[in-house]
Design a protein around this ligand. Structure first.
Ligand SMILES: Nc1nc2c(c(=O)[nH]1)N[C@H]1C(S)=C(S)[C@@H](COP(=O)(O)O)O[C@H]1N2
Ligand SMILES: [Mo]
Length: 213
């Protein structure tokens, strides 16, 4: 009895360490995006690496898909307050794509370009993290169209709006620029452990409203 209780306490303690503040667990995988789900003809799909690179690079679907794949188990944290733990993904580590371009030393940020007209910005070091990948499969199956088929970015350490579905390219930049949700007031970085949900303009405004200003 005591043993079981301790086990359960142990499990909950471990879970607390994996659930960022203000988040609740979900078993399902909710669908959230702006615009209509794109449809693709893989013979015309392509992927661009542009901006502050020595030579811009375009990949066809076959070139991209033939890059080395890897499996990993990751957690997802959505700013709308759900978290999903231990999903099994297969995809292409970002490093495998970046082997084919040379970043210029001025590159400090990246704009992720995705369909339909979606962008999100990341500091370079977050893109270069070991667990960042271009996801092709979820639990052994190709991504569903609503989750980003044929390929989406996954940045497990940041809120899920940084994990662009239907991703089509990376643009390296010297200065930070806001992406789609960031323009509407989401945080430029979005670390769930720091609860970086909203950017400074929104935070200031909320403080003003609370203070009756
Ligand atoms: N292309 C694209 N990617 C996107 C979005 C979007 O609107 N368009 N929304 C983001 C947001 S706000 C969230 S919470 C996640 C949701 O991913 P999911 O639908 O697979 O759970 O996708 C992110 N990636
Ligand atoms: Mo979101």
């Amino acid at each position: 009895m005591l043993f079981r209780k301790n086990n359960r306490q142990e499990a909950q303690t471990q879970l607390r360490h994996r659930l960022p503040p203000g988040q609740s667990l979900t078993q399902k995988w909710p669908v959230l995006h702006y615009g209509a789900i794109p449809r693709y003809d893989l013979s015309t799909w392509d992927f661009f690496v542009s901006g502050l690179v020595r030579q811009p690079r375009r990949f066809t679907w076959d070139e991209f898909n033939n890059l080395p794949h890897r499996e990993q188990v990751s957690d997802m944290h959505c700013v709308t307050r759900w978290s999903k733990l231990d999903s099994r993904f297969e995809g292409i580590p970002v490093a495998e794509v970046l082997k084919h371009v040379e970043l210029l030393p001025e590159a400090k940020f990246v704009m992720v370009h995705a369909d339909p007209d979606y962008t999100t910005n990341l500091p370079l070091e977050y893109l270069l993290d070991d667990d960042v990948m271009f996801v092709l499969k979820y639990e052994g199956q190709p991504l569903e169209p609503e989750h980003g088929y044929p390929v989406r970015l996954l940045v497990p350490k940041l809120y899920l709006w940084k994990s662009a579905k239907w991703v089509r390219g990376l643009e390296f930049m010297a200065e930070d620029r806001s992406g789609f949700w960031e323009t509407y007031g989401y945080h430029e970085r979005g670390d769930p452990w720091q609860e970086e949900r909203f950017g400074q303009i929104v935070v200031n405004r909320m403080q003003d409203v609370r203070a009756g200003r």
